[in-house]
Write a protein that binds this ligand. Structure first.
Ligand code: FDA
Length: 307
């Protein structure tokens, strides 16, 4: 029951102010977010690269309300791309973007988001890296996949995220299982209504396995975005069944979550990519991480009352 409440709170400005001001919040945020500044992020990238991991970097931001913020977010990604290129880290790092940070929800937002993300994808390609479009709530999926299709015509390495909780996703997996396609499959982190998404966790997991089968059997590059040991084991089994070598798919996990598993998969010779968020706009991301695991929320509430 707590999950949907937290996910609703993730979009509330008044709760944002309360949570952000609480002194106990910071140490918990630090578990999931690499820092507020670009330097903090680069330090985290270097440390993970030294341990044999790849990364995908998210400059935190979402649900913006005016065009100037979209331009600021675009510029932050351009600065990040420059920094990756000049520090020699581009070979280990790609970038994840949320199109709502690029203006997707504004009036005329589809075009605003495309116009702002295009220079980032161009710069990433010039720097020798790629961009993956994160997936947000179900109302954005058509627009995000249409932007993906436009970007892929010029920049075929651009990736996307599909969420197994949505009923439509098996069909989207078929569409995106072709040659050159890069798809990160996740379970889904938003508060979705019953007419578009499975509500039962067991059904979400079963759908994840069905989607994984489609992607592993296809010709694209599956990116297995899950911390669930059963999904990891099933991905390994399916990769073997469809004759995929270890460099023909990868695992992805979030910064700070099940880090022992990151190390274990690297030690087994797998490609492991860690999703690193950084920046000041951490509230929505942080609340989704609390919502995923009641134990996180219990810990957070205990810290509030025991101070
Ligand atoms: P599940 O929720 O079943 O968790 C399995 C186990 O992982 C738990 O038992 C626990 O041990 C650990 N775990 C999971 N979440 C945890 C947490 N917050 N804190 C502590 N432990 C935790 N979603 C989305 O809608 N759009 C997107 O673009 C992305 N992008 C994305 C990128 C990457 C690299 C990952 C790994 C995930 C996403 N997600 C996402 C989030 C995703 O949809 C999902 O909410 C989380 O990954 C949790 O689901 P799991 O598959 O890990 O399984």
């Amino acid at each position: 029951m707590l999950g949907p409440v937290l996910l609703a709170a993730a979009r509330s400005d008044s709760i944002r102010r309360l949570v952000s001001a609480a002194p106990v919040t910071r140490p918990m945020v630090d578990r999931f977010v690499a820092g507020e500044q670009l330097d903090h992020c680069l330090r985290a990238v270097r440390s993970l690269a030294d341990r044999g991991m790849e990364v995908t970097i998210d400059h935190l931001g979402e649900d913006i309300t005016d065009r100037s913020e979209a331009v600021r977010n675009r510029d932050a990604y351009l600065a990040l791309t420059d920094a990756l290129a000049s520090s020699g880290l581009a070979e280990h790092a790609e970038m994840s973007v949320k199109l709502s940070a690029f203006g997707q929800a504004l009036p005329g937002g589809h075009d605003v988001a495309y116009d702002n993300v295009l220079p980032v994808v161009e710069a990433a390609t010039a720097a020798g890296t790629t961009v993956t479009l994160d997936m947000e709530d179900h109302t954005t999926v058509d627009s995000t996949l249409a932007i993906l299709a436009d970007l892929r015509r010029r920049f075929p390495g651009t990736g996307a995220v599909l969420q197994s909780y949505l009923f439509r996703t098996e069909e989207d997996c078929h569409t995106l299982a072709g040659e050159g396609s890069r798809v990160r499959l996740v379970k889904g982190a938003y508060n979705e209504p019953a007419h578009v998404a499975h509500q039962d966790k067991h059904e979400v997991d079963k759908a994840y396995v069905r989607c994984l089968k489609i992607l592993m059997a296809g010709k694209g590059y599956p990116m297995v975005g899950s911390h669930d040991p059963r999904m990891v084991a099933i991905a390994q089994e399916l990769a073997g069944r469809y004759g995929r070598k270890q460099d023909e798919y990868e695992f992805q996990m979030l910064y700070g979550i099940r880090t022992g598993e990151h190390e274990r998969l690297v030690a087994e010779g797998h490609r492991m990519r860690v999703y690193i968020p950084y920046g000041t706009d951490w509230y929505g991301y942080f609340m989704r991480r609390l919502a995923e695991r009641p134990a996180n929320m219990a810990f957070f509430l205990r810290s509030l009352v025991t101070r």
